[in-house]
Design a protein around this ligand. Structure first.
Ligand code: OSB
Ligand code: MG
Length: 373
């Protein structure tokens, strides 16, 4: 049984080691909301809200999430007894639309509490089976094709198992071609973050013979139907990211053949229960999934890693080591990757698998609010 007595929210500012540019915006300093959850039996854990400063990925931002957590989400869960963390999602969805990243931060924290109470790792608690996970890197849009080629060279030499190139109109065919020519056999993919339209698929068609593993989310953030039309024009499989916000949307994708893979981010779908449901549905339908990232701190990353240990996570995840993002992470040990691009799941560490560096978080904190029962 899980019953939360308080949620302490903090905003930290964590500067990225280098700016991260996607088609819809550039991230420089991450504004991150961290949650410290306390249960009635005294168990505590941490979780993270992945919403960022601007509404350019989905509609949520850290400020809308802060409001949603303090005003509507915390009051629904605090003091209420849940049989299991899998029951939280339905309670947060009842007559309460959207705010999925905000909901996910609380829902995931309750999984973290439950695993801690059970004395086992979150990965084990959710039924994970993979002890090591292949890691991919997501490379932001660069100043020139030559710059991108050098980034890819460095990433391959570090051992990454998948290289995701961010693209946008004007920074696409030439860039991807240069990388493909330099590395004929590299496992490459491209992520457009909604930058293309079905009216003008020329660039996507031009990249269709570059042996990409997939095109991630080429069209609009809520679209399914146009992706289905686009998939009929392309040999390269489409992978949906932004459009998959629930199990229903995953079912729509499969029904309409709007994509052949899903990038699961627990923050985007309202938490771990919905992520697991999507994972299970995809597994039953022969659709591979992989774990995406949102430039999380090591706390958010812990939940992604546990999720990615489930059996149908069949492609490398966007689970780069801490040092790729931050001068120093907020957890110990930091997340690392072996020379052959593998991450070890902390299967034998109870709870979320890392220790939170509270002193460091205190130093980075710019805002605090506690909601208690
Ligand atoms: O589309 O997957 C994306 C980061 C911020 C917003 C959207 C995306 C991303 C990434 C980063 O690709 C993946 C990572 O955390 O390394
Ligand atoms: Mg994406």
């Amino acid at each position: 049984m899980i019953q939360l007595t308080s949620i302490r929210l903090r905003e930290i500012r964590l500067p990225l080691r280098e700016p991260f540019r996607i088609s819809s915006g550039t991230m420089v300093d991450r504004r991150i909301a961290l949650l410290e959850l306390t249960a009635a039996d005294g168990t505590t854990t941490w979780s993270e809200c992945v919403a960022d400063d601007m509404p350019n990925y989905t509609a949520e931002t850290i400020d809308t999430a802060w409001l949603a957590i303090t005003r509507w989400i915390a009051p629904r869960v605090l003091g209420r007894s849940f049989e299991a963390p899998g029951d939280v999602h339905a309670v947060l969805e009842a007559d309460f639309r959207g705010h999925l990243m905000a909901k996910a931060s609380v829902e995931m924290g309750m999984w973290g509490i439950a695993a801690t109470q059970a004395g086992i790792s979150l990965a084990r608690f959710i039924g994970g089976t993979q002890a090591t996970i292949p890691v991919g890197i997501s490379l932001g849009i660069q100043a020139s094709p030559a710059h991108l080629v050098e980034k890819v060279r460095a990433a391959l030499s570090q051992g990454y198992r998948k290289i995701k190139l961010k693209i946008m109109p004007g920074r696409d065919v030439e860039y991807v071609r240069a990388v493909r020519e330099a590395f004929p056999d590299a496992p490459l993919m491209a992520d457009a973050n909604n930058a293309y339209s079905l009216d003008d698929p020329a660039a996507l068609l031009a990249m269709d013979d570059m042996h990409l593993m997939m095109f991630e989310q080429p069209l609009a953030w809520e679209d399914i139907v146009r992706h289905a039309s686009l998939q009929t024009l392309l040999k390269t499989p489409i992978c949906l990211d932004e459009s998959i916000t629930s199990l229903d949307r995953a079912q729509d994708m499969v029904t309409l053949d709007a994509g052949r893979l899903i990038n699961i981010k627990p923050g985007r779908v309202g938490g771990l229960a919905e992520s697991i449901a999507i994972h299970d549905f995809c597994e039953a339908n022969g659709v591979p999934v992989w774990c995406g990232g949102m430039l999380e701190s090591g706390i958010g990353r812990a939940y992604n890693v546990a999720l990615a240990s489930l059996s149908n996570f069949q492609k490398p995840g966007d689970l780069s080591p801490s040092a790729r993002y931050w001068a120093r992470d907020v957890v110990t040990p930091e997340w690392t990757m072996s020379a052959d691009g593998m991450l070890t799941v902390p299967f034998d560490v109870p709870g979320i698998g890392v220790t939170v560096d509270v002193d460091r978080i205190d130093n980075l904190t710019v805002r605090v609010e506690t909601v208690a029962h």
